[in-house]
Write a protein that binds this ligand. Sequence first.
Ligand SMILES: [Zn+2]
Ligand SMILES: [Zn+2]
Length: 484
Amino acid sequence: MSSFVHLQDRSYYEDRYDDGTVAKCRSGERIVNDTFKIMEKKLPKKELTERLPGWYLQYSLYYFWFVETAAAERAENREATITKWMDEDKKKDDRLASAHISGGTYCRSCGEDMSVISKDYMRRDNHKDDDILIMFECNACNKRLALWEDGTQWEGAKHECEKCGGNTVSKHTKKFDVITWTETCEKCKHVKTDTLDLSDSKSEPEPVDKYLELDRKRFVFDKDMMFKYEQKLNHLVRRAKLHATEQDKVEHVDVYDGIKQVKKLKIAQLKELLEPVFTKDGYSDFKLGDPQIGREVSLDFSCLDTKDDREEYDSKKTLHKSIEKVLEDTNWRLMSAGLSYRLGFLTGSLRAYESEEEIRKLVEQRMKKGYIPKATPKEPAETDTKPKEEFYNRDMRESVLVYFDKLMLGSVPAEITLKSGIVKPTSIPVLSGEMNPLLRVFIPMRNNDESVPKFIRKYDFKFGEDKKMAKVRKDSRGRKIRLV
Ligand SMILES: [Zn+2]
Ligand SMILES: [Zn+2]
């Protein structure tokens, strides 16, 4: 008896997931590189020499959103997804192993018992999911019979000739993953064949991907890479705060109002809040299931529609609306999968939002849909009471911390020509440093990757280097200073 085993080693799923990660990151990388290559061509030369750090930073920000964040998200979901895939395949195997037909499995020709010779998942007409087809063979006369798990005979094997309507004899062979049926008419000898390919139709070998190993190492994040990601994320948030104008703060004020108003409900309170709403809208037997506690907390519920004349669509819509409405200022919401309805029995799931970040997103989403939090009186702005300079200085200091690293005040030797014509040795103070590493792309580039714009590949993150200083300059009193 053949059994088509779905569950594989964990490494099989890991490879499958990691290949997905590589594909996603490559596509993000392509978008960023293509965009900046076009820009590189279009920009005046001067722009890229004089404002190179700014352009690099733009690149790094795009790269962060399109590639680094994508990789981090993939890393975060890796374990859960792989476990889910394995569970699904295990379930498939279990279902296949236990699939059987009770009764009626005698030979249709001679009445002897038949034995199961194969079980396979197959597409079945008018069925959403694959169904199991079980193949039997007669122990006495070797005739075969294919039945669906529910006992109905396989539609593909109607023993009636399509030409003359006479009786046909069927035969079935399975070679590799292809099943072939032949139906031979006993009257007119007409032969009809039908094949079914159970393999994943992987016909042509894929071209060799010479960077796959390298890109897996680049894009499949381990703990260290996740740490780097968090660091850059926090740093970019810090940078965004530095640049947030008062205007931004005003625009965001409603969100903060909304967040303040969110009532964090315990499950018991949630039940108290929902029950009367269900009753009022004509639903009875409201029940909450056990909370599912994972990365998030969710809760199933069910109820019965008591209105005889309410159809599925109206029933779901009414309940959906009233739940959303009553939860509007709480940290709970109806999960996006929505409600399901069978014969007036409705089920759905609720989800709790617990962290500040999640609640902020929740409020933003609700506001996009038109929810307006009640405004609270605004506190007088701090800025009015403090001198401007203090802010200026604080922001300057913060700017330096955000943008630079390894700042050094040094000096280079020079000669000064005094008004009298005498030349004396002097020195010029030089501030030098590097761009803060936290602003840089942290996924290593492939060596000599020509898809990366040249100005990115060549950028050395340094500023204030001697080579960029003018050889001759004048000081504030008009005296000539020359580097030596
Ligand atoms: Zn038989
Ligand atoms: Zn025939």
